[in-house]
Design a protein around this ligand. Structure first.
Ligand code: CP
Ligand code: NVA
Length: 311
């Protein structure tokens, strides 16, 4: 069975999931990866409405839906009326009449929330400027595969306090992981999300925001980084490089972490900036497993929100 409590639900933020639901999703994703379960979503249609570029999210969602026996429609803004400015509240109600589930990649979290408010079908956040929960499900799956547990481990994120940092804060707090975010001044994660993560952690695990990359990386089991300038921030990329240089994940920073530490990156990576070639290609890197797990974790999620039955 899929995760029954998720049937018909949206996933707009990592905080939409309970700790128990995350654990159930990860267990299902692991079973799907191992070929232990076969779930079917025959005749169900997933729409992908993406206003930003995507390789992993687009392909992993599509392949997951094909494996479940469903279909996928690419609703790229340039081939729909979305690109010509049709109001979101209208598009949402129309797509609701055709599709069974809708994954959206856009800029504003508020736009995603409008879709969710006007469409009754499950709406999934496939990345906004605020959050990237589907990536974090795959990240947690990758950590669990490596260490056999999540609670009590420390994940250190280095770099920009962006959508990845925000969703990792929530995902780690929900699963009892300590989370350290090391970022330059004025590039901290969203203040409301930091507060929410602290409240979820409830003092049982650590939520630390710091400007000190070395202190943050010390003894961590997971080092995580992402681009220094996200999609939509390209004009700031060059000016950010000197500010972010101390946060680069390189051999020297890795030597401070737990000797068994793994290195994750949501990808795409800018080698030589947030991560060195040696580290991303080195023995601690798990980035290819992490990318593969996007497909398994999202298959578990799709099957659950669609209420798929085991064959
Ligand atoms: N990590 C991730 O979301 O990659 P894409 O932008 O290629 O989908
Ligand atoms: N922070 C990055 C993540 C890409 C998967 C961005 O938003 O561009």
């Amino acid at each position: 069975m899929s995760v029954a409590s998720l049937k018909g639900r949206d996933l707009l933020s990592m905080a939409d999931l309970s700790a128990a639901e995350i654990h159930e999703l990860l267990e299902l994703a692991a079973d799907l990866k191992a070929g232990k379960v076969n779930l079917r979503c025959q005749n169900k249609v997933l729409g992908l409405l993406f206003s930003k570029a995507s390789t992993r999210t687009r392909v992993s969602f599509s392949v997951a839906m094909f494996h479940l026996g469903g279909q996928v429609l690419d609703l790229n803004a340039s081939v729909t009326q979305v690109g010509r400015g049709e109001p979101t509240v209208d598009t949402a109600r129309v797509l609701d009449r055709y599709l069974d589930v809708l994954a959206i990649r856009t800029f504003e979290q508020a736009e995603l929330e409008t879709f969710a408010n006007y469409a009754k079908i499950p709406v999934i956040n496939a990345l906004t400027d605020l959050e990237h929960p589907c990536q974090v499900l795959a990240d947690l799956q990758t950590v669990q595969e490596e260490f056999g547990q999540l609670a009590g481990l420390t994940l250190t994120y280095l770099g920009d306090g962006n959508n990845m940092a925000n969703s990792l804060l929530l995902g780690c707090a929900l699963t009892g992981m300590n989370v350290h975010i090391a970022c330059p001044e004025n590039f901290q994660p969203d203040a409301a999300i930091v507060e929410k993560a602290k409240s979820i952690a409830g003092g049982k695990s650590e939520v630390l925001i710091t400007r000190d990359p070395e202190a943050a990386a010390k003894a961590a089991q997971v080092l995580y980084t992402d681009v220094w300038a996200s999609m939509g921030q390209e004009s700031e990329a060059a000016s950010r490089v000197p500010l972010f240089q101390p946060y680069q994940v390189n051999d020297s920073l890795l030597s401070l972490a737990d000797p068994k530490a793994i290195v994750l990156h949501c990808l795409p990576a800018h080698r030589g900036e947030e991560i060195t070639d040696a580290v991303i290609e080195g023995s601690h890197s798990r980035v290819w497993d992490e990318a593969e797990n996007r497909m398994h974790a999202q298959k578990a999620l799709l099957a659950s929100v669609l209420g798929a039955e085991r064959l």
